[in-house]
Design a protein around this ligand. Sequence first.
Ligand code: SF4
Length: 192
Amino acid sequence: MSRPVQYNIYGQTDVKMVKEGPEGYSGEGFMATTLDKVVGLARQNSIWPLPFATSCCGIEFMATMGSHYDLARFGAERVGFSPRQCDLLMVMGTIAKKMGPVVKQVYLQMAEPRWVLAMGACASSGGIFDTYSVLQGIDQIIPVDVYIPGCPPRPEAVLDGFMKIQELVGKESLRRRNGDRYKELMTSYGIL
Ligand code: SF4
């Protein structure tokens, strides 16, 4: 028996192909909203992650990128290893103190606006490695936006953390990065 194959999914009425628009006022022939919301919508659905994977959590991230969980569904399939082009630093794995300056260097090379996600217990807090050589959380050297608990976190948790980042990105004001609080935060990390 042959299996029915639908080649043209645009013909299906129950398939949502379009992301909902930002909040605003609309009427016949017009739609009004704020620039912040439009930019937020575009940014949150086109994040370019930079995976900084040092150990086992990186393997879990590979599963998240695979066809079953498929991070591409969130507009983030363009994983890059060039800090200049990426806007989300995903740190996954144990970060030794010796590697701290490298993580910071990568963060500094990313252009604003940039976000940071600490995946797993090691990146978030040092995890089980409470030793002299391991950094007890990457927030000792760079600001973190979202922490994903677990050792390792399952791909579902990674997706959940990623969606939290998307929420932040979507709601972020264009001016926050120029604000005093943000500058204070950067100064506290020795980043001017
Ligand atoms: S949190 Fe667990 S799984 Fe992730 S890098 Fe650390 S030890 Fe490995």
